[in-house]
Design a binder for this molecule. Structure first.
Ligand SMILES: Cc1cc2nc3c(=O)[nH]c(=O)nc-3n(C[C@H](O)[C@H](O)[C@H](O)COP(=O)(O)OP(=O)(O)OC[C@H]3O[C@@H](n4cnc5c(N)ncnc54)[C@H](O)[C@@H]3O)c2cc1C
Length: 481
């Protein structure tokens, strides 16, 4: 039997890598974790979910203060935002969470952590800082980075990505956001709320192009009402550094050339897998810049080398990275042939209101040729929503011809949390009648989940057939008014 120093080596200390490393070590496997940055935690902690959600909260509070009169309170002059203080708060939240992802904690779990740039020398050996490390199995979990735009002049024009955004010294007076995916839209709204004049430039005809257009359009209306300018169907021609400002030239939907100027450009055009420098070519590991190719057990073309998280280019969320890490543990450590199943993988865009989704939306159902009916309920009919001053939003439920829920999208206050009930229902195969008859506390936003199902059943319950049957047996006299 060949001799390896480690049972498993993990490259990348983000959500996917940390899940595998901690699990493997706790199962008794001798585990190596390699991270190229100075600290563990990955993009989510340092440049992604944590700083963005902290910023979103700060922007939300500032927005609420400025809109105090809406709640019957005296109007407040909040004064301008000092972004240094915002960045300080972001740093402090990161450093609190960092303790959970510290080298010491992983060492206590039994994981050997090495910082450096790993390069595959052969299918089992990786060189780190000039030293060879040999492991029976490897997991590549090196994440992703912001895709670089192919725009004339952008290489001569300073721009921001999620890596620089959260540590700015001053709040930009104006910002052009290139792209309209979740990161772009969350940041456009937050910076807009903090006082930046924001213009979003999007190639396609809607924001959040994976979502159904009706839901995305509702959200877009909110952003526009807050002062964010959104240009759809735009083609970016060029970018130029003008000194204090940057110029972005676009062709709008009517074919007109338009010059946009702003203090900062934020590029949020999607993600590229972090695959360069790992020596993947030397071991003929199949990949491209979208990601490392894996099968449904997260195995690469070398069956003892796995990949998980953003680097596979599939579902680029922290919870997906954690889930895939779990699949790797099952296969690589427990030798159980566990396969990935993304049917009910939920996600949420943390705008205000949030837009959360699970299962099929109309776009995906149509693509798959699945027949469905759509059931909707608006937040303005939810008592708690009105009390909270959060009347914008809608829940949209897709039900197949067998009466089974196949997808739910929620645009509304705390939509990400409200979706959890659907996570349980869909994963647990719970019948809609169970949800319809379950008592929900009043007044809660969560009642909307029960209510939309009630809408689905009410046509069946209060049908003419049922009324006729009741009349026959109980001699009911019918309408009184
Ligand atoms: C602004 C923003 C907001 C986001 N918000 C959310 C959200 O609200 N919810 C959500 O679910 N997801 C969110 N995401 C996505 C989420 O951050 C990623 O899906 C998640 O971090 C993926 O985890 P990962 O382990 O695959 O990669 P990462 O967390 O990026 O970890 C990869 C690690 O590998 C390291 N690495 C890279 N190359 C090498 C190398 N050659 N050698 C060794 N180590 C290497 C990196 O330094 C990093 O530590 C957001 C992303 C961004 C950018």
């Amino acid at each position: 039997m060949p001799k390896y120093d480690y049972d498993i080596g993990v490259i990348g200390g983000g959500a996917a890598g940390l899940t595998v490393a901690s699990g493997a070590s706790q199962f008794g496997a001798k585990t190596l974790l390699v991270e190229k940055e100075k600290a563990l935690g990955g993009d989510c902690l340092h440049y992604g979910c944590v700083p963005s959600k902290t910023l979103i909260k700060t922007a939300h509070v500032y927005h609420s203060i400025k809109n105090a009169a809406k709640y019957g309170l005296p109007a407040v002059d909040a004064g301008p935002v000092d972004y240094k203080d915002v960045a300080k708060r972001i740093k402090s939240v990161i450093s609190t969470i960092q303790k959970h992802d510290s080298e010491e904690r992983f060492c206590k779990l039994g994981v050997k952590v090495e910082f450096g740039d790993p390069v595959f020398k052969d299918e089992h050996s990786v060189e780190i800082n000039g030293k060879p490390y040999v492991a029976d199995k490897w997991v590549i979990a090196s994440g992703s980075s912001s895709s670089m735009p192919l725009i004339e002049g952008i290489d001569q024009t300073p721009f921001l990505t999620n890596k620089e955004l959260f540590s700015l010294d001053t709040l930009p007076k104006s910002m052009i956001v290139i792209g309209a995916g979740p990161i772009a839209i969350e940041m456009a709204q937050s910076f807009g709320r903090l006082g930046t004049k924001v213009i979003v430039v999007q190639r396609s005809g809607q924001i959040l192009s994976k979502e159904d257009k009706d839901m995305a359009d509702e959200l877009m209306k909110v952003l526009v009402s807050e002062g964010v300018k959104i240009i759809l169907n735009a083609k970016i021609k060029s970018a130029k550094d003008l000194g204090t400002e940057k110029l972005v030239v676009i062709k709008d939907s009517g074919g007109k050339t338009v010059s946009l100027k702003a203090e900062q450009i934020l590029v949020a055009l999607g993600r590229e897998a972090n695959v360069t420098g790992l020596g993947l070519e030397a071991i003929s590991l199949k990949h491209d810049n979208r990601g490392i190719k894996v099968d449904n057990r997260m195995r690469t073309n070398h069956k003892h080398i796995y990949a998980a998280g953003d680097v596979t280019g599939a579902y680029q969320f922290t919870h997906a990275a954690g889930y895939e890490g779990g699949v790797v543990l099952n296969n690589a450590i427990l030798h159980l042939p566990k396969k990935t199943d993304y049917t009910y993988l939920p996600w949420c865009t943390f705008t205000d209101p949030e837009l959360a989704s699970i299962g099929m939306n109309e776009k995906r159902a149509k693509e798959a040729g699945v027949e469905y009916t759509v059931w909707k309920e608006e937040f303005k009919a939810n008592d708690r929503s009105l009390a909270e001053g959060e009347e914008t939003g809608i829940i949209k439920l897709l039900i197949n011809t067998k009466g089974k829920p196949i997808g739910a999208q929620i645009l509304g206050p705390q939509a990400g949390d409200l979706l959890s009930e659907w996570v349980a229902i869909m994963n647990g195969g719970v019948k809609l009648s169970t949800l319809a008859s379950a008592v929900h506390p009043y007044p809660t936003l969560g009642e909307i989940n029960k209510r939309v199902v009630g809408t689905y059943f009410s046509g069946k319950i209060f049908s003419d057939k049922v009324k006729k049957t009741l009349k026959f047996f109980f001699h009911f006299k019918g309408r009184a008014c």
